[in-house]
Design a binder for this molecule. Structure first.
Ligand SMILES: CC(C)(COP(=O)(O)OP(=O)(O)OC[C@H]1O[C@@H](n2cnc3c(N)ncnc32)[C@H](O)[C@@H]1OP(=O)(O)O)[C@@H](O)C(=O)NCCC(=O)NCCS
Length: 201
């Protein structure tokens, strides 16, 4: 079996990368950096607060929280890729590796795209790169949990070839009295071969 490069080596050798999006535009992809704190907060501030409550576990516009992320970058723990238009971060995608030995080979996807940049293919390219990179971080699966009322997110993940692997009943609330099932989505990512980063995701 061919030996995989380390995730640090791959990130250093393959990025930054300019990629063309579906709408014919271009964004720069690169790993999250220590000095991204302000640009990342600006991006999260573009996300409506109601949507922040639905998708984020952490208060993503809190400078202390974002500073902690930017000051503790470790791609073997959290693989983080940002997309930029000039100086502006327009998307942030992360795969969180589990600290549990039982789930060392499984990562959890989180993604947010600046609303002004949605529907152009930006989220798709960020996830495709994360899926190509995941095996270098020792992952064999990337998971996502989405409630059934998040139709757009479910459709997006299916487009990215995540498959439905189960449903947790009534595991999500919308804060307005609505209760929804949570769909367990997962995408297998191979680890046997050197990947073509920015290939097919
Ligand atoms: C879901 C989200 C990440 C998609 O990002 P995006 O940059 O708009 O997505 P893209 O333009 O790259 O779309 C990729 C594919 O997903 C589909 N898709 C994206 N958003 C969709 C939506 N709201 N409804 C239906 N399909 C959608 C697109 O049709 C596209 O398929 P195609 O390439 O065959 O045309 C973005 O809308 C977002 O940040 N939403 C709020 C947060 C969220 O849902 N997070 C969970 C993500 S797992």
């Amino acid at each position: 079996m061919q030996t995989l490069r380390s995730i640090e080596q791959v990130l250093a050798e393959e990025y930054p990368q300019t990629v063309t999006t579906r709408d014919g535009g271009a964004v720069l992809l690169r790993p999250l950096q220590r000095n991204d704190q302000e640009a990342l907060i600006r991006m999260f501030r573009t996300i409506p607060s109601q949507e922040q409550g639905r998708f984020f576990r952490d208060p993503v516009t809190d400078p202390v929280v974002v500073a902690e992320w930017c000051n503790s970058i470790d791609p073997t723990s959290v693989l983080a890729i940002v997309a930029l238009d000039g100086e502006r971060i327009v998307a942030d995608g992360t795969v969180h590796c589990s600290s549990s030995q039982m789930k060392h080979h499984v990562g959890a996807l989180r993604l947010s795209v600046d609303p002004a940049y949605r529907g152009r293919g930006v989220g798709g390219v960020v996830v495709a790169h994360l899926l190509d990179l995941a095996p270098y971080a020792g992952l064999e699966w990337v998971d996502a949990e989405v409630s059934t009322n998040e139709v757009g997110a479910l459709r997006f993940l299916e487009q990215m070839r995540f498959e439905r692997h189960g449903v947790l009943p009534d595991h999500a609330q919308d804060g307005l009295g609505g209760v929804f099932d949570v769909v367990l989505m997962a995408r297998h990512v191979g680890r046997e071969i050197e990947r073509d980063i920015g290939g097919q995701g």
